[in-house]
Design a protein around this ligand. Sequence first.
Ligand SMILES: N[C@H](CCC[C@H](N)C(=O)O)C(=O)O
Length: 263
Amino acid sequence: MKRRFEKMHGLGNDFVIFDARETPLEMDGATARALADRHTGVGCDQLIVIEPSQIADLRMRIWNADGGEVEACGNASRCVALLAGGHSRIETAGGVIQGEALDGAAEVDMGTPRFGWDEIPLAYPLDTAAMPVGWEDLHGPAAVNVGNPHVVFFVDDSGAVDLARLGPAIETDPLFPDRVNVNVASLDGGAIRLRVWERGAGLTQACGTGACATAVAAIRRKLAASPVDIRLPGGTLTISWRPGESIRMRGAATHVFTGEVAL
Ligand SMILES: N[C@H](CCC[C@H](N)C(=O)O)C(=O)O
């Protein structure tokens, strides 16, 4: 059976999005992995299925390119908010988020960050503001859960880090029982330069939840003030957050084409 999908991206972090609100769509990890494959499938970093929700305007389910279903995806949240139009409440496994469609962009309230070692989660108690752990030249990171798990390293030059090698080693370290998204950040005037090795997807052009986690970690360490621009390889996201508040993320969301695929 052929199913229509929307190909979209948020600053180059790209998605195949199925709208299953009218016609149910059974998705599983193997199918998601096959569709995400850039050689034999459609190709994307994450696969998204929009479903009806009992508690919000719609439900967004997220599969990484490796086929793992996960709790949050910031860039896809902006794309879904753009598709939904106006203001929308979006149910995700990481919590209900609120989107506002703008012109070629969206702003999403991503909820409040969590810092408890068991909320990241970590395998054992550590100070998540500055963990006493290291991998070669990367050490002393923060850990933040913004619906999904992130570890954030602040370095002098994020561009000089061999993230393709260190990312997977950290992603799969036993310290992170659910694995983790790996962020390396550098101060850039009042902004922050960020590169991300994504859990289940690898190096991406941008990571919305990574930008949120990094902004929160930087503000907590007084390395930046809200609102802070996060400069990713694919473009810039503006993150606003103060302790005790929810995180607001604003940035581009782009529709590329509508396609069909046999499922
Ligand atoms: N790789 C992430 C999901 C996608 C996050 C990223 N694409 C974003 O925009 O937030 C995880 O496994 O938690």
